[in-house]
Ligand binder design. Sequence first.
Ligand code: HEM
Length: 521
Amino acid sequence: MGVFQSAWEQYLALMAKSPVACAFITVAVFVSFLVTWAQFEYKMNCKPSEPPFVPYYIPFIGSMVQFGMHPINFIRENQKKYGNFFTFLMFGRKMTVCVDIDGNDFVFNARHSHVTAEDAYNSLTKPVFGADVVYDVPNAVLMEQKRMVKAGLSIENFKSYIPIFIEETNQYIDKHWTKEEDTVDMLKAISEMIIMTASHTLLGPEIRSKLYEGVADLYHTLDGCFTPIHFLFEWLPLPSYYASDKAHAELDGIFGKVIKERRANPDAKHTDMLDVLMNAKYKNGKDMTDKQVGNMLIALLMAGQHTSAATTTWSILNLADQPAVADKARAEIEQMMGTKVIGKDVPEPSYEQVKDFSVLDNVVRETLRIRSPLVEIMRKVIKPVAIPNTEYVIPAGNYLVASTAISALDEKYYKNAEDWVPSRWEQSDENEGSPDKATTDYGFGATTTSARSPNLPFGAGRHRCIGEQFAYLQIKTILYVLLSRFEFSLDPKRGMPERNYQSMVMLPEGPVLAHYKRRHD
Ligand code: HEM
């Protein structure tokens, strides 16, 4: 006691004599305390039965900053040191990274009794999607909801979407790109094209027509919750947490009115997702509630918004950087359509033709390989799980992190893996799927069982994306219109943007500038 008292007295005396030296000593003592605490905590975390733990120097925060700044570099560096399975600390959470094809398979095919997506994602997605859908329902109900949505993503409906995609893209261009040539924020432009095309086709023309009467602002409010802070905290007294409840209440009112009007006119024919969900039934014969229908539509819109906008934007940026690929796509389109495709009055391709635009297909596929929008796929371990062919067991409470971007950019699987080379997909599909073609039906249709593949931009297993075909069709049709009407080049000062990891979906770092120039006959 006496020792502490005399140290404290000396400290007070030093503060009176030299406050700067005193501040310096305070900081030094505090830093050494933190480092010692971190080392103690780190030692407790290192267990021979668990994957190696990445060292850190700030307790609780752990490696959050390094991971958040550049997750791909962070994972790659630690993969080199520790192999395909390792754990790091992030804001008190133990995150076990599982990479390469073994890691992909382990996470995507983990048993639902042991590892769940809802425990990992619901705090992030509930404010955005709303209650009683996707991760806010038991997994068996989600599988049924996915089955209902899949029924709405039918070829018949897709056929009716192509003219809508074309009309909406043209409308945007005619309103905003009015000059002969100009430099524009490409991410902003494409994001608007995606929201208009998706709202019209999925939510229906009534809600699309209200987009600029406040609905777009409500989406924007919900989108504001799609941030890492909502992943970390289920609730905080912050504006975004209050705002999402209010936005949902307003959207419920808007959707509810449209649903009521449709019910009052049962003979009118619709080919959108709203119509499908209004008439869908659970296995027990019950309908989706109107609130569930509205929330599911919001969930679908949000699931596709940033992912498809990022993919379309990166595609245009790469086509602007390699105009020879754009010319090749145009030549194939003209040959397939049997006519010149230039300027505003582009002919309407059929569903089959859009599907067969193979150069555009390879453009999108290659863009998804090198710029997969979802860099991290998360799960929470609720019962300990053993990693096959290792001595490791991951304890309950840990989070799993898969990153298919790591294997998709690995030289072991793709030559010059960092380069954008759409023609690499002309030769073969061999790297695309695992050799094991067996399928499993989790309740929403057959899905390839194994996830031992390096390139899985749409995931795998029970949580696999059901929007892939819709996304390809939407992105390819938008690219079809844009390439017909314009030549693109990168802004010479800005060049090709870097990747921005600050949002939940990996976007190009702004400002995303590109130059358009009208094409004429
Ligand atoms: C799931 C990617 C577009 C709806 C997923 C997953 C990925 C993904 C990786 C798996 C997530 C996980 O395992 O945790 C993408 C990409 C897209 C895209 C790259 C565009 C380029 C869409 C669109 C829709 C959609 C347009 C809706 C029309 C869904 C749904 C799930 C999902 C409902 C299932 C969630 C679950 O079962 O947990 N997506 N997606 N996605 N996606 Fe997509």
